[in-house]
Design a protein around this ligand. Structure first.
Ligand SMILES: *[C@@H]1O[C@H](CO)[C@@H](O)[C@H](O)[C@H]1NC(C)=O
Ligand SMILES: *[C@@H]1O[C@H](CO)[C@@H](O)[C@H](O)[C@H]1NC(C)=O
Ligand SMILES: *[C@@H]1O[C@H](CO)[C@@H](O)[C@H](O)[C@H]1NC(C)=O
Ligand SMILES: *[C@@H]1O[C@H](CO)[C@@H](O)[C@H](O)[C@H]1NC(C)=O
Ligand SMILES: *[C@@H]1O[C@H](CO)[C@@H](O)[C@H](O)[C@H]1NC(C)=O
Ligand SMILES: *[C@@H]1O[C@H](CO)[C@@H](O)[C@H](O)[C@H]1NC(C)=O
Length: 479
């Protein structure tokens, strides 16, 4: 991800000049058009040489016309600029009903603040694609899955952004089908990017996804910034952001209200995930606000069979959530969760501040290897305050396969009035604690206040910390 003045910045400047020069010569009709010619700016990792509007490709933003073909025609057309400065598709104000469409490389999808992408509720608008190789099957059903609303595979340099435009998954029908067992294939996600690198997803609002919201998988160099995700807290599996077998990912400044985990870190399922063997590593999560009454703020697993390593989370606010950080795994998963660092969390109204589960179950099929035991080690939590908590922690390792190297320091947990009498339950875990109230279980031996900094947080930078944006400027003639 280089930082250099680009052709498109120059083009932006040029269109501004053309605009200013043309201004005095306009007649009445043209001046009305001129009012529509404004230029807009935003920050992105790359700017584009070409920009077109969805309305130039027959798009109609009336909320009822189906725009799948317009999106696909626009993007297919713009893909010719992949190696010629890249392209942008502008989505104007309006309600743009659409089924699933595919992205291209060196491409930006930009949603105006009053643009709403409305996901079609007709299954025919969703191609069925193969299950993920690291899962062996769909999450909802055996076999295939509906392609996500915005889908990209084998791409590089892709930006999905807007000045807080909206993607509305219209998930209610999908949730009903899920509850009534009427799904033939796994529900679609809103955004899925597969086998790709250099991805920016920013400044958008995602509402009512049929299932997961943002799913980068088998990808690297992924930045998710300034995203608002809203789903009813009762909606099934509406996880916020799920980095899955990804390297070098940064999630920051997001606000998520979800019926499932706000962020779920994954890497494949049982024997399929073990065989695929692609971990999630070098993940940064910062400045996240989460409301997840039935799930976790950050879940690690349960699909973690390719391994999860080097996760750094900080400055997290949790409100009315079931648990803060949760590790979910099971016999048969294999893989590992190690080198996890979390600091500066503020939590209010929680069932558990910390939860680790070694008996999550939930297998892809009955062919999992009962000898494939997950390795859970070097888990660090520090500098946290939690209020109105029912249970401080529930830490359950696996018999014969304990979770080790757990470190909890400088954590104050204020229990709710009707809290459980025993605030900590611990089995098959080992580690230390320091300056934690209420006093942890004896398996996490208290070291005393002098080692309050015992639990480390790495100070080195990850490659994704060097991700940079530049300001892109575009003239826009079209609405
Ligand atoms: C998008 O790409 C996938 C995989 O290449 C393909 O199966 C699917 O049909 C494409 N979707 C559309 C809308 O063309
Ligand atoms: C995408 O990349 C993966 C991994 O490199 C490869 O197995 C697959 O064949 C590629 N798919 C396409 C459509 O090029
Ligand atoms: C974006 O829109 C959502 C939903 O309307 C709103 O809650 C959020 O505050 C907005 N974000 C910004 C940065 O304006
Ligand atoms: C995008 O969101 C970031 C916060 O993540 C904010 O600093 C920036 O101003 C926003 N940009 C636009 C164009 O809205
Ligand atoms: C404390 O948590 C309970 C639910 O466990 C909730 O009903 C109550 O409103 C919370 N109180 C405060 C002060 O947040
Ligand atoms: C303990 O955590 C609080 C935040 O909860 C922080 O302000 C304080 O500096 C930490 N103390 C030490 C000694 O690190």
């Amino acid at each position: 991800m280089t930082h250099r003045p680009t052709k498109s910045q120059l083009m932006g400047l040029l269109s501004l000049l053309v605009f200013l020069v043309a201004l005095p010569n306009l007649n009445v009709v043209e001046s009305r058009r001129a009012r529509e010619l404004h230029y807009f700016q935003y920050d992105a990792m790359s700017c584009r040489a070409y920009s077109a509007s969805l309305s130039e490709f027959g798009g109609v933003g009336d909320g009822t016309t189906l725009n799948t073909k317009a999106f696909q025609a626009a993007i297919d057309h713009l893909s010719q600029y992949e190696s010629d400065g890249g392209s942008q598709l502008f989505v104007p104000p309006g309600r743009w009903l659409t089924g699933s469409f595919n992205l291209t490389s060196h491409f930006t999808l930009f949603l105006h603040k009053d643009a709403v992408l409305l996901a079609s509720q007709d299954e025919n608008d969703w191609p069925v694609i193969d299950p993920l190789p690291s899962y062996g099957r769909g999450r909802d059903t055996q076999g295939g899955r509906f392609s996500s609303l915005i889908f990209g595979t084998n791409l590089t340099d892709v930006i999905i952004t807007g000045d807080n435009g909206t993607i509305d998954g219209q998930g209610d029908l999908w949730w009903q089908k899920f509850h009534k067992n009427q799904l033939q294939y796994t529900r679609p996600y809103l955004i899925e990017i597969m086998y790709s690198s250099n991805i920016q997803i920013s400044n958008l609002t995602l509402v009512n996804s049929p299932s997961w919201n943002v799913h980068p998988v088998y990808s690297s160099n992924v930045v998710v910034q300034g995203i608002t995700i809203l789903a009813p807290v009762t909606s099934p599996n509406t996880d916020g952001i799920n980095p899955d077998s990804c390297t070098n990912t940064r999630i920051e400044d997001c606000y998520i209200v979800s019926g499932d985990d706000c962020v779920a870190v994954k890497s494949g399922w049982d024997e399929y995930g073990i065989a695929f063997g692609m971990p999630t590593r070098q993940l940064v999560i910062r400045r996240l606000t989460c409301i997840s009454p039935t799930s976790a703020v950050i879940a690690l697993g349960s699909e973690m069979s390719g391994g999860i390593q080097d996760v750094r989370a900080e400055d997290i606010v949790a409100i009315d959530s079931e648990s803060g950080v949760r590790i979910k795994t099971a016999v048969g998963r294999g893989g590992y969760v190690k080198d996890i660092y979390v600091r500066r969390m503020i939590m209010n109204t929680m069932k558990w501040t910390f939860w680790m589960t070694g008996n999550y179950g939930s297998h892809a099929d009955d062919k999992f290897d009962p000898n494939a035991l997950p390795v859970i080690q070097n888990i660090n939590y520090r500098d946290m305050i939690a209020q109105n908590v029912t249970m401080a922690a529930r830490l359950e390792g696996i018999s014969g396969d304990p979770f080790t190297g757990i470190c909890i320091s400088n954590v104050t947990i204020e229990l709710a009035k009707k809290a459980k009498e025993v605030p900590w339950t611990c089995t098959d875990v080992s580690g230390i604690s320091s300056d934690v109230t209420p006093v942890p279980c004896s398996l996490l031996q208290e070291q005393g206040s002098y080692s309050v900094g015992a639990c480390t947080f790495p100070e080195d930078r990850l490659p994704i910390d060097d991700f940079q944006v530049q300001t892109c400027t575009y003239g826009r003639r079209h609405l």
